[in-house]
Each structure stands twice: as C-alpha cells, then as structure tokens.
Write a new protein. Structure first.
Lengths: 284, 184
C-alpha cells in the first residue's frame, strides 16, 4: 500500500492505495491528487477563475455555464437544501465573509433575502441567480473532491483505497478500514469506531475554528458547539453536507438521514442535540 | 426514542466513553528518495546544492516568513535529466501549535512551485502527547511496505487541520530560491 499526502483544499489530503503493482499505485495516486486539485480550481471561493467566483460575479445578470462537476454539486446541494427545509444552504457566503470565516472577495454583494431557492439550474450546465447572492460550496465540495479521488483510484485499478481530506474520508475495496474520530474536547485524542467498508465519513467540529465556521441560514450567525458531528453515508459529498444539517438542526433529522442511507455520530456533552442547540439558536 | 436509535449510532459524554481512546497521531509518508521520485518522476539524478547565506540574506528571509525552523540549507537538490536542469527539490520542516511537518517542495527551472509532498506528519497537543502506544502501529513501517489492512494505520475523521504553516514554509522556500538558487 502506498500512502501519500499533499496540502490541498486548505488542508491535508491523504491518499492510501493498494493495486497490483507499485507503479499502478503511484500513477493512481497522482491522478487522484489531480482530481482533487481540479475540484479546488472549479469550486474555490477565492480563486479568481473558479466557477464559484464566476457565478458569484455574474449569475445575477445572465446565465453562466459551469463545468459538469460544479453543476452536479450544485444539483446535489439543491436536493439537500430542499430535503433539509433550507437548513443546508450554500448561499451564506456573504455572512461567512462578514464573519471572517471566508476571505473577503472584492466586488461581491448579496441581497440579504436571497436563499438557495434563488439558485436556478438551467439546461446546458448553466446557472442563474434570481437574486444576487454569494455562493460558497465549502460545506459540500470537499466531500465531492474525496468522491472524485476515490472514483479516479477505482478507474485506475486500485483494489483498495482511502482518501482523507482533513477528516472527510471515503474508503473503497473489499476490506475493512480502521477508523477513529478526533475528540472535540481533547483534539490530540481519538475514539475508535467500528471499521469502515465502501463508505464515507465526514466530521464537523469547531475545534480549530476560533470564531465558528457553520452559519445558520435563518439567523446568519455561527452556531457554536463543543460537540463534533460525524455522518456516515454512501458518498463523502452527502456525508460532508449532512454534518452541517445535523450540526444546525435542533433535533436529529432522522428521516433525512434514513432517506440518504446515512447515520450520525455525535461526540460531546449530552444532551447535545436539542437543549444546547436550542440555547445557541436563541442566543444567536 | 426508537426513531433516534435508528439513525444515531452513539451520543456519548467523553468522560463516560467506553471506546478506546487513542493518543496523538503520527504518519510517515515518504522517504527523501520517494519524495524525489514523486515530485520529479523524469529526473535521472539528484545533485546536492550546498549554499551559504550571509547575515543580510538570513534577515531578509526572516522578514518574508514567520517560519522559525532552521533553514534547510543541507537538504537542497538539483533535479537533473541528463544535463538538463528540471528544477530544485527542498526538504523543509514547519511546525504549528499542534503539528510538526516535514515536507518536500519542488520548484521548477522558472522558480514556480511544481508540487508539494508531505513526508512526515506529527500532531502534538500540548501535554496530551502520549506517543508511545500510538507510534507502535508505525514501527518499522515505511510507506512502501505492504500492510495488513486490519492492522493498518488508523484513519482519522475530525476537525480540519489547516495547512497554512506549510503554505508559509513554501513562501520562505521561494524567497530562499530567489536569493540563493536562481540560476544555479
């Protein structure tokens, strides 16, 4: 098995791959890193030429064509927004900029009333905003990048693989992968989980984000918590996005998780899901 | 309650954890030779480049970056294919509040970053470092070894560690390149 790690997506992306030959492992890992780098170039919030930057600048004036991958992520984000009744919402980019979670990008403005419903997906991979808004795919693109890397590795003949982008991971192959969760209260310590097979796991926590990183679309304020929220799902894109829904929801979104074939794991002071989340909502 | 059981695997207060708590994390990815190959696959040889810096050079580099680790003056190579210079490879170390990272940076013949590979990653969290047990799983293993998956290195999910210290380190290496490596 070959293990490599590169700084990408603002974090460390680790690729572990097994294949018939060492050469295949090297070539598969190179292609996987390239797949992740491409997602970064397409969906980065601050790269001047990314699809996200282009639609944030122009999609309120005219339809903007984007890459098929960006279009696919926008489609999935839309479905998750609808299924979560708007708790998952990628149109909070302006509020993340105001809070300093995202870097300031000059020239972007947003209508405060805009939501995910104002993002229209047109035929031909075209995107149009009904209201001016600032889209940020930070809550879903990292998971998608992991999925793209896993698919690339599978296409390149990997027999087993794990891609881990700063804690959002997916495993592939007929084997069990040992998995652990970082403790939100003691980030240098870890909690073992049952091994993972052909599944994705993503985690959201405030541990390294001093001002909070997850904004509630209704209040526009970050919802802080000492918890960590992890979600197991078939794809890392779903797992990544669903951690935000579980984080923000006052009650565990059981039917949504079931619909997505997902499970949630919450580490932290109990009772974490209703009382503390509600108190934070009221404070925000 | 039954609804919750179906979707929630566990909801636990850490003091009451019955699961195994594992101490700090460390992974060795690539040796120097593997990093050379990963970043300059076409190179036929790597020549060490000895450099010395004046006090003024060092002061200029300190201004460029807050990186405080010693400059990697003895870990710089020229990547050559026959007589053609492909670029330079530098092995550097950076540390943040929680992590200590050895990485290799490839700079092409025009002074642009070709790629970065993490060679060794160690997390330290203040007084919580209890590496002995954790490191057992890496003992004697290099990244090229075949590993039994059920005894393999544990994959961690959790809050994202930023790579900003590596970014700062690379900024210092580019300044070092301008001062001491350009055209060599």
């Amino acid at each position: 098995m070959l293990r490599r790690a590169r700084p990408l997506l603002g974090t460390f992306v680790e690729v572990a791959v097994s294949a018939k030959t060492r050469e295949m492992e090297w070539q598969a890992a190179i292609a996987a890193f390239e797949a992740v780098a491409q997602v970064h170039r397409l969906m980065s919030f601050h790269e001047p030429d990314s699809d996200v930057t282009r639609i944030n600048r122009c999609a309120h004036t005219r339809p903007v064509e984007v890459d098929a991958r960006t279009y696919a992520v926008l489609g999935r984000a839309r479905l998750l927004s609808r299924e979560s009744s708007g708790v998952f919402d990628c149109s909070v980019g302006d509020r993340l900029m105001a809070l300093g979670v995202l870097p300031r990008v000059a020239g972007l403005r947003a209508d405060r009333a805009a939501t995910w419903r104002d993002v229209t997906l047109l035929p031909g991979n075209q995107v149009r905003f009904r209201r001016r808004l600032t889209l940020d795919l930070g809550g879903i693109a990292k998971g998608f990048a992991v999925d793209q890397a896993i698919e690339t590795l599978a296409q390149r003949g990997a027999t087993a693989a794990c891609v881990n982008a700063g804690g959002d991971l997916r495993v592939f192959g007929d084997c069990d992968w040992p998995i652990a969760l970082r403790r939100p209260d003691a980030p240098g310590e870890f909690v073992s989980l049952p091994p993972l097979r052909n599944r994705a796991l993503a985690t959201t926590a405030d541990t390294f984000a001093p001002h909070g990183a997850i904004v509630h679309p209704a209040s526009g304020q970050p919802l802080r918590s000492p918890r960590s929220v992890s979600v197991l799902a078939p794809t890392c894109m779903d797992a990544d996005a669903l951690t935000k829904v579980v984080w923000l929801e006052e009650h565990l979104p059981v039917s949504l998780l079931e619909k997505m074939d997902a499970h949630a794991i919450v580490l932290g002071p109990a009772p974490a899901l209703s009382e503390s989340a509600a108190a934070h909502c009221a404070a925000g | 309650m039954r609804d919750i059981d179906r979707a929630l695997l566990l909801l636990v207060a850490p003091p009451a954890l019955v699961l195994t708590a594992l101490p700090a994390r460390s992974v060795e990815y690539l040796s120097t030779e593997q990093a050379q190959r990963a970043l300059f696959a076409d190179a036929s040889r790597f020549e060490p480049v000895p450099i010395t810096l004046s006090e003024a050079d060092r002061a200029a580099l300190a201004k460029v970056s807050g990186t405080r680790t010693p400059l990697p003056l003895d870990r710089i190579w020229r990547a050559m294919r026959d007589d053609q210079l492909l670029g330079h490879l530098i092995v550097d170390e950076v540390y943040g509040k929680h992590e200590f990272i050895t990485y290799a940076a490839a700079i092409d013949a025009n002074g642009a970053v070709l790629g970065i590979e993490i060679m060794d990653y160690r997390e330290t969290h203040g007084g919580q470092v209890r590496e002995a047990g954790w490191r057992e799983q890496f003992r004697g293993k290099r990244s090229g070894d075949a590993l039994e998956l059920d005894e393999d290195i544990v994959n961690i999910s959790g809050a994202t560690m930023s790579c900003k210290h590596v970014t700062e380190g690379v900024r210092r290496l580019l300044a070092l390149y301008d001062i001491a490596l350009k055209g060599r």
